[in-house]
Design a protein around this ligand. Structure first.
Ligand SMILES: *Cc1c(COP(=O)(O)O)cnc(C)c1O
Ligand SMILES: [Zn+2]
Length: 480
């Protein structure tokens, strides 16, 4: 095995692993030794591509289960790298792992009831259990591995918070590279900012929003030769494929009917589409689940372009004029992304084109949900334990919408991806559950949130034993 991985990295690697432009009228290929975020010929996004016929791929997904018996080996322990035969771009000795991907998939009957599906048919994939508390670690381990392989000394990203937390963690834990992070001002939640600072990243706060920070970080990386780990980095998305591998593994390799995921920069959805496309091509699954990507209505570029303006992958030749026209309109209107779900508060998703391909592969749909729907769904997830941050709950709110529409039918088996940990954004959670009307209004009112139907209010009581006991009796349903 080791030999084969080294082969993939050696002089023959050009034939086995390469970077390839996703535009069908270009398709130019590049060596994996280059750090690229776009095709040098046409500027389109790149994929990591493999000559699968010459690489050792298992005959059945069940073969991965055996990896678990070797879990004292760090690469078998990692929820990303135990599937390394499905992302075989790295030599084993270059792999940087902090034990990412120890996540859970759990059926949630309260959430099934909330969205209108049968008990036992709705599954929540808790990616908040990753070391930095979001799914981003799946991608960061892969990007870091590539960065190390090519000898990078600094790595940077623009972030709504979780990418920077993840980069900062990998940088701190591995001591291989300095992390430089770009964040918009006033946009990042405290949970996420505290991670970047605590893990020692060089933190640059730009007077602007995420879309501004994203543009600047690309300019800075190009000028200073810093390795960029945003999801335009094709290696990062290779790692994120593993989220789907683990979902299938948890479902005993049975393909669900739907995967529902929040859409921000569209890296996850793009990676999921690639994962299922490859598994299908390799004959490891016999059908592909449908993909539903959920935007917040205050950051709904994908929804607008796909569902309202008819933008499609079109065999690798999407109609760019639809996109340019829409972005022009955003500029003229001075419209900025705005949602309580800060992780998806993005109007110019960098992986838009790749995501169109994922929608094509997975016969996907896009929906938008309001901040009210997001927070109500989040409260339902939270009551079932574990919980999630606001952006993650878009997947549950979106599932509910698709069930109401009848597009997801009552017998369907649905997996909602909970992208980030509950503790990432306590401000939104506490505001939803508060009894302080002024505080509720200040934080949520501006977001169009006016009710908290599932609020769990704290009860205020005098510091007096009788009063405390009476209050508990009055409010609890428990036995005495
Ligand atoms: C990054 C992030 C998203 C958005 O994912 P994309 O791949 O950018 O679409 C959603 N939720 C959370 C918690 C995130 O950190
Ligand atoms: Zn190209």
């Amino acid at each position: 095995m080791l030999q084969v991985f080294q082969m993939a990295q050696s002089s023959t690697n050009k034939n086995l692993v390469f970077q390839r432009c996703i535009a069908s009228d270009c398709g130019q290929t590049f060596d994996i030794g280059e750090a690229l975020v776009a095709c040098k010929a046409c500027g389109q996004l790149l994929d990591v591509a493999y000559a699968w016929d010459h690489l050792p791929v298992p005959n059945s997904l069940r073969e991965f289960e055996r990896q678990w018996s070797h879990r004292n080996h760090p690469l078998a322990f990692s929820g990303v790298w135990r599937f390394r035969q499905l992302l075989p771009f790295a030599a084993e000795e270059d792999i940087v792992s902090v034990g990412e991907g120890q996540t859970l998939l759990r059926a949630s009957d309260p959430v099934a009831k909330y969205v209108g599906l049968r008990a036992g048919h709705v599954f929540l994939q808790y990616e908040g259990m990753n070391p930095s508390g979001s799914f981003k670690d799946n991608g960061m381990t892969a990007a870091f591995t590539h960065a190390r392989a090519i000898g990078a000394k600094r790595a940077a990203c623009a972030s709504t918070g979780n990418t920077s937390a993840s980069l900062a963690l990998y940088s701190g834990a591995s001591r291989l590279m300095q992390a430089v992070i770009f964040i918009g001002s006033g946009k990042i939640s405290f949970g996420k900012l505290s991670q970047a600072l605590d893990y020692g990243a060089l933190t640059v706060q730009i007077a602007g929003d995420f879309d501004d920070a994203m543009q600047r970080v690309q300019e800075v990386c190009a000028q200073l030769g810093i390795y960029l780990v945003n999801s335009v980095n094709p290696f990062r998305l290779e790692g994120q494929k593993a989220i789907m591998f683990r979902v299938l593994e948890s479902l005993k390799w049975e393909v669900p009917d739907w995967i529902v995921v929040p859409g921000g920069n569209l890296g996850n959805s793009s990676a999921f589409g690639k994962a299922f496309g490859e598994l299908h091509t390799l004959g490891l699954i016999d059908r592909i689940p449908r993909l539903a990507i959920i935007n917040a209505s205050g950051a709904n570029t994908l929804y607008e372009l796909v569902e309202r303006r008819g933008l499609t992958w079109n065999g690798g030749r999407p109609d760019r004029s639809i996109i340019d026209k829409y972005y022009g309109e955003l500029d003229v209107a001075g419209r900025r992304a705005s949602t309580i779900a800060s992780a998806i508060e993005i109007n110019r998703p960098v992986n838009l084109i790749k995501c169109l391909r994922a929608l094509d592969i997975c016969h996907g749909v896009v929906r938008q949900v309001s901040d009210q729907e997001i927070l109500d769904a989040k409260a339902q997830v939270g009551q079932g334990g574990f919980g999630c941050e606001p952006a993650s709950a878009a997947s549950v709110a979106g599932t509910r919408l698709l069930c109401e529409e009848g597009l997801i039918d009552r017998d369907a088996r649905v997996v909602c991806i909970l992208t980030g940990h509950q503790l990432k954004d306590p401000t939104a959670t506490v505001a939803y559950h508060t009894t302080d009307k002024t505080e509720f209004e200040r934080i949520l009112g501006a977001r169009g949130v006016d009710t908290a139907s599932y609020a769990n209010h704290a009860i205020a009581v005098d510091n007096n034993l009788d009063a405390i006991i009476r209050a508990i009796d009055r409010h609890s349903q428990g036995e005495r």
